[in-house]
Design a protein around this ligand. Structure first.
Ligand code: TPP
Length: 684
């Protein structure tokens, strides 16, 4: 990035960029019949602060630029042509290959700042971006390689987005941990049509001051030189002192909110806003510095001409091909085969919870980029199930630490951690409390690889203790896999034995994609009758188990003498099925899915075809469940082989699992209920 020395050179550079951004905005408006096909927003009115920021970033810096930041993107070095390819959702769109909207960047170029995937959900970038800063800090504390000139993180936000709860989670963590991040808030006092006085009790400068340790600078964001100076000061502090700063930049919104909404419909401040146009101010600055009006006009003309040619070229560029749809759902994983020793000789059985713990212990010993965080996983407790016991003692508080009760932060920060090359293993305390983090999982984690066209897969493991166990009651018993399996772009394991849990945890770690480990609390210690076999010999350190390979728990030949049935299940269902099978000699086959995504369809279909009868068994409430979707798949693919309807046994469709053990038992499946269904199916 060139160093800008003299004020006049700087002003000219800024002016060129501002005029470029303005020309784009005007060109899009003039051609709205064409450009309006895909919704877009432009920076018009916000350009000065954006350019002042973009000009000062280094290639090692990380940037989250929101949908109004096209001037910022120009300032870091993105060309108008590249932006227009995104405007028109063309195949060569450098950010997403035509998958996402204008000015929704993702960039991984050697010579430019790095931009992880940016969603349209307002404010939601605050957590992932704060995760980047947390990753930078981790690398510095742990002595991992980093640049001589330390990198910083910029999180750009609109003012209205800052009232969102997740933004508070991000500020809290940045202040608490003193992270190297700049929050740049562009305050135009508009939400879409809602004005500041309707939607906020105070502006961001007042609000942010409540976060102790987050310093706030305010600036007139239409004044280029003032903006440049304040950004320079903030960046210098962050680079050297490694602490968070928020810049509150007041700006007018001069264009429509987006191409989909007309400002004339609801704005009553257009004249006042126009009086603060940063374009007029910058032009005056140039004239005051003695630049001739002819030179200024020449700059404008050249830019307008270039932008028009770029637009014509962008129009001619090709659309994505239909087959492009299928690329980059997941990044390829190196683990494709089972390897290592699953049951080394001379070892005692290990309970499931320890198999997971030992897997993580081995991973952390081997990989300094592995770290673990979540609620209560730190030194004092090591997890409410002791599922992380001893880890903090062994690896220290940088690598294993407690977080506040912030499920959104726990999950969403992994996007940033992964972007800087770390491998976060995180945990929500109970499946029942995954909901506050679901937005980050859906909006950010799951879509990053796909919408960045394969540039930014998120490598993370999310551990989720799940399932009903000993009257856990309505908020410590829920199953959530049907919701999770509906989120495309994440892998999901649901092991039922310690050996599988260890092998899958290892495999998840080496997988470049997000992985959720659903760990049944009722199997953790094999305390419940019938679950003894969840405890297994602990596989050796090299053991890995690829995703998408079901386990044949009980294999039975089909026979012309009698009917037989296969039970497709996972988690606790494996043990209900094993118990029930004892009553049916040579008539039951049991398949344990082990991973729900990807799903081992081949093993399911082969088993169904062999036995012609099938039950899908789940602990989850039945209606609209993942289990029902498997039943649907079986019907689609094995119909000709079936001698009985595919049946699903799940929990009763109640809003929650009641606390009282009588009610709990009535609600959940068990081996007795399963036996009765098996009889029906065998006799069908
Ligand atoms: C979570 C979420 N809710 C609603 C929207 C719809 N929406 C798009 S932009 C916007 C207003 C955002 O205002 P602000 O953050 O101040 O940024 P500005 O557009 O004014 O620059 C809204 C409500 C969204 N994109 N994301």
């Amino acid at each position: 990035m060139e160093t800008i020395t003299s004020t006049i050179t700087l002003l000219k550079k800024a002016y060129q960029l501002l005029v470029t951004a303005k020309s784009l905005s005007e060109l899009y408006e003039e051609n709205k019949n064409i450009t309006g096909k895909y919704v877009h927003a432009t920076s018009r009115g916000h350009e000065a602060i954006q350019i002042a920021t973009g000009l000062q970033l280094l290639p090692q810096d990380y940037l989250s630029a929101y949908y109004r930041d096209d001037a910022l993107l120009l300032a870091i070095g993105i060309t108008p042509y590249e932006l227009m390819l995104q405007l028109l959702a063309k195949r060569d769109d450098i950010f997403s290959g035509g998958r996402t909207y204008y000015s929704h960047p993702s960039l991984k170029r050697e010579d430019l700042p790095k931009i992880p995937h940016q969603s349209s959900a307002t404010g939601m970038q605050a957590i992932p971006t704060t995760g980047i800063a947390m990753g930078m800090q981790y690398k510095e504390l742990e002595g991992l390689p980093t640049e001589d000139v330390k990198p910083i993180t910029i999180c750009s936000l609109g003012d209205a987005s800052c009232t969102e709860g997740e933004v508070a989670e991000a500020f809290q963590m940045a202040a608490l941990k003193q992270l190297p991040i700049l929050y740049l808030v562009q305050d135009n006092e508009w939400d879409i049509s809602a004005s500041a006085d309707e939607i906020r009790a105070q502006d961001i400068a007042h609000y942010a001051k409540g976060f102790k340790g987050l310093e706030v600078f305010s600036v007139d964001g239409t004044d280029f030189l003032a903006s440049y100076e304040v950004v320079k000061k903030a960046i210098e502090i962050i680079r050297t002192e490694r602490r968070p700063i928020l810049i509150h930049a007041k700006v007018p919104l001069l264009n429509h909110h987006t191409s989909g909404v007309r400002k004339e419909w609801y704005r009553d401040d257009l004249e006042e806003a126009q009086s603060r146009d940063p374009y007029d101010k910058l032009k005056s600055m140039l004239l005051n510095e003695g630049v001739e009006i002819e030179e200024i006009n020449q700059i404008e003309k050249e830019i307008a001409d270039t932008v028009k040619i770029d637009y014509q070229n962008a129009l001619k560029a090709g659309d994505p091909k239909p087959e492009d749809l299928y690329d980059h759902v997941f990044a390829p994983t190196p683990i494709t085969e089972e390897k290592g020793n699953r049951s080394p000789e001379g070892k005692e059985k290990t309970v499931m919870v320890d198999s997971a713990l030992f897997a993580i212990r081995e991973l952390m010993a081997k990989h300094p980029e592995a770290l673990l965080y979540g609620q209560d996983v730190g030194l004092r407790l090591g997890g409410v199930f002791r599922e992380a016991a001893t880890l903090a003692k062994q690896y220290g508080k940088n690598r294993v630490f407690n977080t506040p009760i912030q499920e959104a932060f726990i999950i969403g920060s992994t996007v940033g951690m992964s972007a800087v090359g770390l491998k976060p293993i995180v945990e929500v305390q109970f499946a029942d409390y995954i909901w506050p983090g679901l937005n980050q999982l859906f909006t950010e984690v799951a879509r990053s690889n796909y919408l960045s066209n394969g540039k930014w897969p998120v490598s993370m493991i999310l551990r989720v203790p799940i399932g009903a166990y000993g009257s856990g009651g309505p908020y410590h018993s829920s199953s959530v896999e049907s919701i999770l399996t509906n989120i495309k772009g994440i892998k999901i394991a649901y092991p039922s034995t310690g050996a599988d849990l260890k092998g899958l945890m290892k495999s998840a770690y080496y997988d470049p994609n997000p992985v959720i480990m659903l760990e049944h609390k009722g199997l953790y210690w094999s305390k419940m009758k019938g679950t003894e076999e969840a405890a297994t010999i602990e596989p050796d350190e090299e053991y890995v188990l690829p995703f998408g390979k079901a386990r044949e728990v009980l294999v039975t030949d089909s026979s012309s003498e009698h009917n037989s049935v296969t039970i497709i299940t996972y988690g606790m269902g494996v043990y209900w099925a094993k118990e029930a099978a004892k009553d049916f000699s040579n008539q039951i086959e049991i398949i344990d899915l082990r991973t729900l995504v990807p799903l081992d369809e081949e093993t399911i279909f082969n088993s169904v075809k062999k036995h012609s009868r099938c039950i899908v068994l789940t602990e989850e409430a039945k209606q609209n469940s993942f289990a029902q979707s498997i039943a649907g798949l079986i019907n689609e693919n094995c119909f000709e082989f079936l001698d009985a309807p595919v049946r699903v046994l799940g929990a009763k469709d109640m809003p929650a699992i009641p606390l009282n053990s009588v009610l709990e038992e009535e609600m959940l499946p068990n081996s007795t209920k399963l036996k009765s269904l098996i009889k029906d199916i065998l006799n069908y």
